[in-house]
Write a protein that binds this ligand. Sequence first.
Ligand SMILES: [Zn+2]
Length: 595
Amino acid sequence: MLLPQAVRWNPYADLIFTNGKIVTVDSNFSVAQALAIKDGKLIVVGSNADALTVRGPNTKVLDLAGKTVIPGLQDSHIHFLSLGEDVTYEADLTYAKNAQEIVKAVADLKQRRNLKIGEWIRGTKWDQYKYPEMVTRWQIDAVTPQNPVYLTRTYRGAMVNSEVFRQMGINDEKPETWPGWWLKDPENFTYEDKIFRSQRHIVLDSGETKDVAVPTGVFLGARATRLLTRNPPAYTFDQDVESVKTGAEEMLRLGVTSIVDPSSRMGYDMRVYQEAYNRGWVTLRISAVYEGTFNTQSVDFIKQRLDAVKINNLGNPFLRWRGTKFYGDGGVGSRSSWISEPFEHSMEIEGSPNYGEPVMEDYKTREAQYRVAVDYGWDLHTHATGDMAMKQVVDLYKKLIDEKRRTNPNFSPRWSVIHAYMPIEPKTHVIDDMKKYGLIAVPNPVFNWQQGTGFATNIGETRMARLQPVRSYIKAGVMTASGSDYGVTTHNPWMGFYALLTRKDQTSGKVYGAEEIVDIKDALRTYTINGAYLTYEENFKGTLESGKIADLVILDIPSIDALQQNPELCFQMPDHIMMTMVEGQVRYAKRGFGF
Ligand SMILES: [Zn+2]
C-alpha cells in the first residue's frame, strides 16, 4: 500500500519554543526568539514567525514568556562515578561556613535518610581553612551519639565522632585502650599529617581525674587518616551502577548535559559505566572517558595496557572512551604542584624550600611514555598544576606534534593540559606555545572560590592572582574548556561561573586577580562550545544552531546579562533551572513547568 505523502514525509516540528531569549553561543553570540525541534535536532532557530512555519497538527508549543535558553552545559573534568552516591548517601559540606553548620548537615542527613542507630553517617568536602574553628567529635556526638560518623576532607583527611573510636576499641576513660598515637603523633608522619587534639578533663574508671590533650576526631593527611581502622563499608557494584543514574539526574537538574570523566580506570569503572548504559541510565553524554591513568609506569607496561584495550574512540555519543591521562605533578592544596618558586612557609612546614612533586621529572622518560600512547592513536591529557609541570607537558607535546607533522602536516590533535593553573609564570611562560600548537586548557575555576584561602596560603597572593588565568588564556587564543574537578570540589557548575565572573574567595571574600575575571559570554563558551571542541563534538553540539542536536537548558532569568550584573545570582541558579533537554528529550523539568 502506498502511504500518503504527508505520512511518509512529515515536515513538522515535534516541539516549538516561542518568546524566549535563545542564547545561541554561535560565532556572533546572537540571541534568537524561538526554536523548533524535530527528531532531537534543532530545525529552526530564529523569530517566532520562523519557528511557527514548521508547526503542524501534532506540534507542541511552549511559550517561554521571556525565559532564557542556553546550550546544555559540559563539565569537562568531573570524577563522576561517586557523585550519585555522594548526593544520595552523604552530607555535602561545601557550603558550611563554621562548625555549627557541619553539625547541622550531619543532623539533617540523619533525619533525611531516617538512619537507625548504628548506621554510618557520611559527609564530604570539609576544609579546615574555611572555619573560624574546626568542628570536634564532641559537637557531633551531641546530635548523633550512637551512629558512627565519617566526614571526608576535600583532600586527604577525615573527621570522625567518638562512636568510631569506640568501635575501634578506644575508650576515653580507659588509658589502657589508647593506641600509641592517641596523645602523640607517630614518627612516620609527613608535613601534611596532623591529628587535632584538645585539652580534656577526663574522669577515669578508677575515679581519678586527668587533664590530657586527646584527639578531637580530625585527621589531616594520608598517614594520619590511615590510623582510622573503622571505615564506612565500601559501596557495592550495584550501588556504583546506580550512582551513574542518580549522578546523571543531579547534573541534569543543574543544566549539565555532557561530562568528561578524566580518570576512568580500565576494567572496573568501564564495567560500571557499561552496565549503567545497558540499564538505560546514561541520560547525559559521558563522551570522553579517558582510558587508564599513567604516572611512573614503564613504557612496556603502558604498551601492554593499551594493547589489551583494542578500542579507541569506540562508543556512541552517550558513552565513549577516548584519550589517555598522565600525571605531571600534584596540587596546590596539598603543596605538591611542581613549581619554579617554592611554596610559601616552606621553611616552617617542610623545613626546606618545597618545589613540589614532579611525577616524572625526567623529560626523556616522560617523552617515551607519551610516545607509546600517541603511537596507539590515543590523545594525551596531562594533569599539570604547577608551572614546571606545565612547561614539561607543553614542551613535550610540541616536540611530538612537530615530529608527527613531518609525515602528516595536518596532524592537529586535541591534547589538553588538565587543571593548567600556572601558564604565565615569569620563568616558565607557556601560554603562547599552547595557542600556537592548539593545546587545550582545562581549568577548574571553582577552586578559586572554594579553596581560595588554602591556595593563597600555600602559594601567596601574587601567584594566586595568576592562578587559572582564564582571561589571559582567552586573550591569547587558547581553547579553554572549564571543568569542576568534582570529587574535590562541588559539582555545581554555577559556582564555576561565579568564580569566573568574580574570582572571589569563598572564605575571605577577597578577589585574587581581578584582571583575570571574564564576562558571562566567555564563561558560557568555556562550559559549552569549547567543551564540545575538546571532545570532537563541536559539529553537532555546544551551540544552538539549526542542524545541531537539541541539548539545552531553560533558565528562569531575563537574560544571561543578569548573571553578569549580579554574579551572586549564581548561588540561586539551581532554583532557576526550569528544564534540561538532551537530544530533544526532557530529562529534567521543574515541577509544574513543561508542555
Ligand atoms: Zn581531577
